[in-house]
Design a protein around this ligand. Structure first.
Ligand SMILES: *[C@@H]1O[C@H](CO)[C@@H](O)[C@H](O)[C@H]1NC(C)=O
Ligand SMILES: *[C@@H]1O[C@H](CO)[C@@H](O)[C@H](O)[C@H]1NC(C)=O
Ligand SMILES: *[C@@H]1O[C@H](CO)[C@@H](O)[C@H](O)[C@H]1NC(C)=O
Ligand SMILES: *[C@@H]1O[C@H](CO)[C@@H](O)[C@H](O)[C@H]1NC(C)=O
Ligand SMILES: *[C@@H]1O[C@H](CO)[C@@H](O)[C@H](O)[C@H]1NC(C)=O
Ligand SMILES: *[C@@H]1O[C@H](CO)[C@@H](O)[C@H](O)[C@H]1NC(C)=O
Length: 387
């Protein structure tokens, strides 16, 4: 109740019903005029159901000074501080389970089962979404060395592919047995520990590798939080080879593939968690497992920590922020976020859609939980749904 009243208050004070020109955000108009810009009615235009968060606006707009980019910067602040418009509101976050140390890597297999990881317990758990009950599925280990599973993806045969920080890349069948795909990359270097992964529509698998060599124990384990040795791999399913496609990042984390209208993989996109400018990097995919043209595709607000990401079927990219209680949404061309979604939990790790559905599942580390909301559209079709 208190929340709703507060939201109403912001809507009323924030909006300026100008004659004929549609709605304008009042604080933006003041700032715009103070900067001496022309066409402030256009710069500060918002939609009827937009709610701009005042504290975010103040923080964002205070740094804007007169210059060529002032207009774009004002527009950027409006976008960045806009609450995402969903069919429902925050009271509709449904908690499925909590206390799963540490919830991440949510995935549906083709047969409709749901799995995620409890990383700090070194486990992959199966979650009964109806009964809201999580139970141990597999705790991978090799020669006594415990796995540290972080990311999961499905393939067409109901197998689960696991990005693991101490064991690398694993392929897990539904009877609970698994195999390690490789221990070395195409340069014959020992694999780095893995974190997130995603299949492109050709069936090649893209993997972030922010940690040091696999087969490390908790005592000699290293990661790229301070030294930028984080890498990205592509598992070439035809050659059965793990290819290091790029390196030199401060904890690459969260990975997604953008396809063209024909379903050909077009761009590799991944976050960099420990770079304070919070970039999302992109590379053009020029042939299977081959990339070129490194670019900054977008940025979260500075000091954010991108962790997990997925596209919806309207081409918008949903990115979780491990350092706050916001999920940020980017349009198909990246840049600055177009809106943000406030969640009733922080340390947000990942997102995943139920196939053919607007159900969006979100994992987090505050309560070590799994939550569900209704998104504005269905998720982008995954590789395992297409084949
Ligand atoms: C939020 O959702 C609840 C339940 O669906 C509804 O009762 C309430 O009016 C909504 N609040 C706002 C501000 O839309
Ligand atoms: C959850 O599932 C496990 C394994 O099937 C079962 O042992 C346990 O009793 C269930 N817990 C609840 C609360 O249903
Ligand atoms: C870490 O320690 C284990 C066990 O002593 C050893 O097998 C492994 O090679 C070590 N890894 C690194 C990267 O030093
Ligand atoms: C951090 O990201 C910025 C782009 O936002 C980039 O220019 C810079 O090189 C990055 N630093 C590292 C160490 O990756
Ligand atoms: C991956 O496999 C394909 C065959 O599908 C091959 O044409 C391509 O060159 C391979 N890519 C790399 C980088 O090895
Ligand atoms: C999703 O919808 C497509 C097309 O309607 C259908 O072929 C497919 O079986 C559905 N998948 C699931 C998991 O329901």
């Amino acid at each position: 109740m208190g929340c709703n009243l507060l939201a109403m208050y912001f809507v009323i004070i924030a909006v300026d019903f100008g004659l004929g020109n549609g709605l304008k955000y009042g604080p933006c108009k003041s700032k715009c005029k103070k900067l001496g810009l022309a066409g402030c009615w256009r710069v500060c235009r918002i939609e009827t159901d937009d709610v701009i968060e005042k504290s975010c606006w103040n923080k964002c707009s205070n740094s804007i000074i007169m210059g060529q980019n002032a207009e774009a910067a004002l527009r950027g602040c409006i976008h960045q501080c806009r609450n995402c418009v969903l069919p429902s509101n925050q009271t509709d976050f449904v908690k499925i389970v909590d206390d799963q140390y540490t919830a991440e890597g949510p995935v549906f297999t083709k047969d409709g089962n749901f799995y995620m990881v409890a990383t700090f317990r070194n486990e992959i758990v199966k979650v009964d979404l109806e009964k809201r009950n999580a139970s141990l599925f597999v705790a991978p280990s090799i020669n006594g060395l415990k796995g540290y599973p972080v990311g999961l993806q499905c393939d067409s045969e109901n197998n689960i592919w696991v990005a693991d920080a101490t064991l690398g890349l694993l392929k897990l069948t539904q009877d609970g047995s698994f195999k390690q795909i490789a221990t070395r990359d195409n340069y014959n270097n020992i694999l780095q520990g893995c974190n997130d992964l995603t299949f492109d529509y050709q069936g090649n698998l893209w993997i972030t590798a922010p940690t040091g060599p696999i087969f490390s124990t908790l005592e000699n384990y290293t990661d790229s939080q301070e030294e930028p040795f984080g890498s990205v791999y592509c598992y070439n399913k035809t050659t059965d080879e793990i290819i290091k496609v790029t390196t030199g990042f401060l904890y690459p984390n969260g990975i997604a593939i953008q396809h063209d209208n024909n379903g050909t993989p077009k761009k590799l996109i991944f976050g960099e968690s420990f770079n304070t400018t919070a970039p999302l990097w992109s590379y053009d995919i020029v042939s299977p497992c081959q990339v070129e043209n490194k670019q900054v595709w977008g940025n979260l607000p500075s000091k954010s920590m991108p962790d997990g990401m997925d596209f919806d079927n309207e081409g918008d990219l949903i990115v979780t922020d491990y350092s706050s209680n916001y999920v940020y949404v980017f349009g198909p061309n990246g840049g600055a976020p177009i809106c943000r979604l406030k969640c009733p939990f922080s340390a947000i790790t990942n997102v995943h859609f139920r196939p053919n559905s607007t159900d969006l599942f979100i994992t987090e580390r505050e309560f070590h939980g799994l939550w569900k909301i209704q998104w504005k559209s269905e998720g982008m079709e995954q590789y395992c749904e297409r084949v």
